[in-house]
Design a protein around this ligand. Structure first.
Ligand SMILES: C[S@@+](CC[C@H](N)C(=O)[O-])C[C@H]1O[C@@H](n2cnc3c(N)ncnc32)[C@H](O)[C@@H]1O
Length: 226
């Protein structure tokens, strides 16, 4: 098991996903640069996240399950952790990853947070989404298989753009959202849009990974408390 050492204090461990084999990654997103940048982002935010003492944490698009498992471990499993994915193979893998890492995660196979949206209103303290962000023709987005991991439609934004308007209503008063984006998704435009919905934003991390320029964006209610 590798451990992130970006800061002197090591807090975010890469969960064990050794149960996933190459054959699994034909059906579920294999942790990649974006996943590891998100883990780095959680490491950078570790002190803030712990101090928040979250009660409800949610990951949309959990894939292999390593992000929600890492978050659960970071907060010593002190919150209800929920993960969703539209790919049934991903929800199956996330359950196994959580079990292997002794984490309690409620996993649901659904589109975004559709069945949970009403119940979660105003109660999500940490919301995470590493969406399918690659610019593709819109008709590539029909699949709920591995293609759903990357096919983002116009500007790579079609899935992200369906979740973002729901975020102000989902977040608790102290809640924050972490979103992965690439330059083609127009991160500044995303931040301006969220501002018009009442949420402030900042860039937690940015990194060049091959052809991709990746961002971890953070959305929250009130900059005076960050
Ligand atoms: C880039 S992968 C990220 C996987 C994992 N969170 C990670 O960081 O490695 C995007 C994930 O979102 C899922 N996804 C795509 N569209 C979705 C939707 N409408 N609702 C829920 N999950 C979705 C995909 O199936 C895939 O598992």
């Amino acid at each position: 098991m590798s451990i992130y050492r970006m800061e002197t204090k090591c807090e975010v461990e890469t969960p064990d996903f050794s149960h996933l084999k190459p054959a699994d990654f034909e059906h579920v997103y294999e942790p990649a640069e974006d996943t590891f940048l998100l883990l780095d982002g959680l490491q950078k935010e570790a002190a803030f996240i712990r101090q928040l003492q979250p009660s409800i944490c949610v990951e949309v698009g959990c894939g292999s399950g390593i992000i929600i498992s890492a978050l659960s471990k970071l907060i010593n499993q002190s919150a209800l952790c929920i993960a969703t994915d539209r790919n049934p193979y991903a929800t199956h893998c996330t359950k196994r990853t959580a079990q292997l890492n002794l984490c309690q995660v409620e996993v649901m196979n659904c589109d975004l947070l559709t069945p949970l949206e009403r119940r979660l209103q105003g109660s999500v303290d940490i919301l995470i989404f590493n969406p399918p962000y690659v610019v593709t023709p819109s008709n590539e987005m029909k699949s709920s298989g591995i293609e759903a991991s990357w096919a983002g439609g116009a500007d790579g934004r079609e899935v992200t753009d369906r979740l973002l308007p729901l975020v102000p209503n989902l977040l608790s008063q102290q809640g924050v959202m972490y979103l992965v984006a690439i330059r083609e998704n127009k991160p500044e435009e995303l931040m301006t849009w969220m501002s018009s919905l009442g949420l402030d934003s900042s860039v937690v991390l940015t990194r060049r990974a091959g052809p991709e320029h990746l961002y971890i964006l953070k959305f929250y209610r009130d900059s005076s408390v960050r």
